[in-house]
Design a protein around this ligand. Structure first.
Ligand code: SAM
Ligand code: SF4
Length: 442
């Protein structure tokens, strides 16, 4: 009998991709996706614990679905980082919760669900898999109705930045074999996927510790040769591991899009040291310089944290100075959020919430202007857009992205989806661009 699954996803691209994998796996045992939790037989909350806010959202989501459990007997599960971190404690705390699925247990979800259905017993699976089975691709059997796809190339992290929970909830760094990655990308390209985004916490460290494995830049070179594929992206990179061959790849590989996401976290050397990031403000700036020399049109985005323990006014000024010098295309900025079990959670000199908020607002105001100016600078220029689908705002419009990863909306037909088209930018806004397609002879 056909059943329905509803998945609510929090957090990063890694979680979004895990949700896609879970949906494909569940399709194999007759569970189809629904967007309506009220008609679901299984509700899964795929969680994030990188900061406190998304972690809290899990508990309010669970509260929302309690009545469905009572009314319809819906099976309720929690997956992802909070599941990994809390394990059995989550079952104790939420008596109507049926399943806790850790970050390495995704491939086991169909069996765990069947076990729950048959025995009625509550399930908790949070052991770390040692042989990398959890990294195996789950490829849908029918062609994807999709223009772009994520491909996980590695999982976990060995960096242990003092603020970050990832190494504890995703486990140690593990790369997938290049052979398997190539097979997956070839198969996706064969199904009509035009763009892949290679995923990992630290993709430029790809292959580390795997004897005989190729380097990240070589992996990019090989993917660049795959027929049918038009664009390659990757995220996230760590400044410490940004090698010269990767910098040069941007000028050499035609399908590699001109965009890098390179989180810097702080512009203060003292704070960077306390964060255990392994680089200085100067060496970060020097790497950006090399990137821009190798590829002048490259768009640079980053993550930054304000209010790390011990961050003084002068440290914050150094962060603003770095932002001023780089002129990022966009920035993801966060207030420091203490995470239980990380080293920084024990640090003294906590920064007051009010100060954190003030610094965040100052930084975001500055960045807003830079992003807008950069978008406006594109006005009048013709850019290549990969059309992804209909615009959410206006049904006459389609939406896509430039190679530099900026969203462009323009009037156009849905038969453009999946095509690369030349678009003239008419207006640059804070979060997107407005354009017009260049038709033949225009
Ligand atoms: N691996 C990536 C790197 O090293 O840049 C980042 C992965 S992390 C999931 C995404 C971003 O969340 C980080 O770059 C950082 O800015 C932010 N983040 C992580 N832990 C945080 C914390 N405790 N408080 C605030 N922001 C945090
Ligand atoms: Fe977290 Fe640092 Fe690893 Fe990124 S590199 S996932 S911030 S520990």
């Amino acid at each position: 009998m056909q059943k329905r699954v509803y998945i609510e996803t929090y957090g990063c691209q890694m979680n979004e991709h895990d949700t896609e994998r879970i949906l494909s796996l569940l399709e194999g045992v007759n569970y189809l996706e629904t967007k309506n939790p009220g008609e679901a037989d299984f509700i899964l909350i795929n969680t994030c614990s990188v900061r406190e806010k998304p972690e809290h959202k899990v508990y309010s989501a669970l509260g929302r679905y309690k009545c469905l459990k009572e009314k319809r007997g819906t099976i309720i599960g929690v997956a992802g980082c909070v599941a990994q971190q809390e394990g059995d404690r989550l079952l104790d705390r939420v008596p109507y919760l049926d399943m806790v699925i850790g970050t390495h247990a995704i491939p086991m979800i169909p069996q765990l669900l069947q076990k729950k259905e048959v025995s009625g017993e509550r399930v908790c699976e949070t052991s770390f898999d040692q042989n990398g089975q959890y990294l195996k691709a789950v490829l849908p059997e029918k062609p994807l109705d999709k223009v772009k796809s994520y491909v996980t190339i590695m999982q976990g992290c060995d960096h242990f930045c003092s603020f970050c929970i990832v190494p504890y909830v995703r486990g140690r760094e593990k790369s997938r074999s290049s052979k398997e990655i190539m097979e997956e990308v070839r198969s996706l390209a064969g199904m009509g996927v035009r763009e892949v985004c290679l995923l990992g916490q630290n993709v430029n460290g790809y292959g580390k510790g795997c004897e005989g494995e190729i380097r990240f830049s070589e992996l990019l070179e090989r993917i660049n040769e795959i027929e049918g594929l038009q664009r390659i992206r990757f995220t996230t990179s760590h400044p410490k591991d940004l090698s010269e061959d990767l910098v040069q790849a941007f000028s050499k590989l035609s399908k590699l899009c001109e965009h890098i996401h390179l989180p810097f976290q702080s512009g203060s050397d003292e704070v960077l040291k306390a964060m255990h990031r392994g680089y200085t403000k100067e060496s970060y700036l020097e790497k950006i310089d090399r990137m821009k020399k190798a590829c002048p049109s490259i768009a640079v985005t980053a993550d930054v944290i304000v209010g790390f323990p011990g961050e003084e006014e002068e440290d914050f000024r150094q962060t603003l100075d770095l932002i001023e010098k780089v002129q990022f295309d966009d920035l993801y900025s966060f207030k420091y959020s203490p995470r239980k079990g990380t080293r920084a959670a024990q640090f003294k000199d906590k920064v007051e919430e009010k100060v954190k908020q003030e610094r965040l607002s100052i930084l975001q105001e500055i960045q807003k202007e830079v992003t807008l100016r950069k978008n406006q600078e594109l006005e009048g220029r013709v850019v290549e857009v990969l059309v992804e689908g209909q615009s959410k705002q206006n049904t006459q419009d389609v939406t896509g992205r430039t190679r530099s990863n900026k969203v462009v909306n323009f009037e156009g037909d849905l038969n453009l989806v999946g095509k690369l088209v030349p678009v003239r930018i008419i207006q640059g806004y804070a979060h997107s661009l407005r354009g017009e397609i260049i038709t033949h002879g225009a």
